[in-house]
Design a protein around this ligand. Structure first.
Ligand code: PGA
Length: 251
């Protein structure tokens, strides 16, 4: 049985005071237990969230890392070594907002994935198709290419202990969620593709769904056999809503 993961992607939101308040609320809710619960604040606020969540079972992650794993001359970037040092467990790589707005391609994302792993972080590889790609038909080849880039660089064993987040771009921040059946079909396809290369890696791989996950739709999504939790954007900024989503992920 895979342990569910619910991660809150705070994106470029938060001030010192709102991060303090949200961290405190989440701490008091005593989330966790049968579910891995993580928050991914903006890089500026990771240290503050760490202090606010000290003693809780909520783990920390980042929203991106540099392709350079170590301390280096990369102005404005944050490396995996720094993220590990500050207490991060997880790091997103290849979020669609970075792929689409900053032009991050599959190969770069795969290198970030490996940079994260080289410092002991767990990469959460974000994959997903745009609306145009879905409507054009063969959107699976887009998703497969996003997964395959990591396999090309490091082989299927790189996915042991890693996480994939399926986030259809048309569902992110739009209020439009993939139906549980639509999401399940893609999750099963990802797991099936990995299973053709390693059944044991596929069986242990957590594949979480992201794209307008809310308290009202989480249970239905998480009930699907290949949906192992969620990557939650907007709804993770509200402690009550996020708490309800975490409870919906309990096995
Ligand atoms: P959303 O974002 O929940 O606001 O749709 C999800 C994400 O981008 O990770």
């Amino acid at each position: 049985m895979r342990r569910p993961l619910v991660a809150g992607n705070w994106k470029m939101n938060g001030t010192c005071s709102s991060v303090a308040a949200l961290s405190q609320q989440l701490h008091e809710m005593k989330l966790g237990g049968e579910v891995d619960v993580a928050v991914l604040p903006g890089a500026l606020h990771i240290g503050q969230a760490r202090e606010g969540l000290k003693g809780s079972s909520i783990s920390l992650g980042a929203q991106d890392c540099s392709v350079e794993p170590d301390f280096y001359a990369r102005t404005g970037e944050v490396c995996a070594a720094q993220l590990a040092d500050i207490g991060c467990v997880w790091v997103l790589v290849g979020h669609s907002e970075r792929r689409l707005m900053l032009g991050e391609g599959n190969e770069l994302v795969a290198r970030k994935f490996l940079a994260a792993q080289s410092k002991g972080l767990i990469p959460i590889l974000c994959v997903g198709e745009t609306l145009a790609q879905r409507e054009a038909g063969d959107f699976w080849s887009i998703i497969r290419g996003q997964v395959e880039a990591v396999v090309e660089l490091a082989g299927v064993p790189a996915f042991a202990g890693a996480v994939v987040a399926y986030e259809p771009v048309w569902a992110i921040g739009t209020g439009k969620t993939a139906s549980p059946d639509e999401a399940q079909a893609v999750h099963a396809a990802i797991r099936g593709w990995i299973a053709e290369r390693s059944e044991s890696v596929a069986a242990g791989l957590r594949i979480v769904y992201g794209g307008s996950v809310k308290a009202s739709n989480a249970a239905e999504l998480f009930a699907k056999p290949d949906i192992d939790g969620g990557l939650v954007g907007g709804a993770s900024l509200n402690a009550e809503e996020f708490g309800a989503i975490c409870r919906a992920a309990r096995i």
